[in-house]
Design a protein around this ligand. Structure first.
Ligand SMILES: C[S@@+](CC[C@H](N)C(=O)[O-])C[C@H]1O[C@@H](n2cnc3c(N)ncnc32)[C@H](O)[C@@H]1O
Ligand SMILES: [Zn+2]
Length: 163
């Protein structure tokens, strides 16, 4: 992605999960697909978490008004989170074709908050609901940790849960 160039994605209807973000061009594995924007907000100032992304303990990026507000969850995602608080990016975890929906696994990005109960991602390996990171099967936790896709605040909360 050229610095300052418009992101090669667009927002469109994704299905029962509402709007989603779709690739306009091809991405190669390792490409930065988008960076989350929005104002840095403490948890207590947020009433609706739908279009926010957690960046640290009790700290979120609010809605940006851009396409990054609309990235859906998938249990078989094509991007992963890279988090250097307060900045958060989505990186392609495999090659992505034009027209594909951009998704990431919300379980890698939430701390202790509840997520939605029914997952509509449609992946053959769909887990049926969006769980927290420490509820994932240990093998999947290891896979995401090895990929560097789990922000530190999630890892710390997971450690506390195990202690
Ligand atoms: C960041 S928004 C994504 C954009 C949202 N689809 C919209 O139309 O505004 C997160 C919300 O999208 C919905 N969502 C995202 N992925 C989903 C999925 N796999 N299954 C069901 N709902 C999903 C949930 O309501 C979730 O709280
Ligand atoms: Zn799913």
């Amino acid at each position: 992605m050229e610095p300052g160039a418009p992101p090669p994605v667009r927002v469109a209807t994704a299905g029962p999960q509402g709007f989603g973000v779709f690739a306009l061009g091809a991405f190669r594995k390792g490409d930065c697909v988008l960076e989350f924007g929005g104002e840095l907000l403490p948890e207590e100032l947020i009433q609706d978490f739908t279009h926010t992304i957690q960046v640290d303990d009790g700290l979120f990026l609010g809605p940006s008004g851009g396409s990054d507000d609309f990235v859906n969850h998938s249990c078989n995602p094509n991007t992963y989170l890279v988090s250097k608080p307060p900045r958060v990016w989505l990186i392609a975890s495999r090659d992505i074709l034009p027209g594909e929906e951009i998704t990431f696994d919300y379980a890698t990005g939430t701390g202790d908050r509840d997520e939605f109960d029914v997952c509509y991602c449609g992946a053959p390996q769909c887990r049926g609901r969006v769980s927290r990171f420490w509820d994932l099967p240990p093998k999947l936790q290891r896979f995401y940790r090895k990929a560097g896709a789990v922000p530190n605040f999630v890892l710390q909360t997971a450690r506390m849960k195990r202690a």
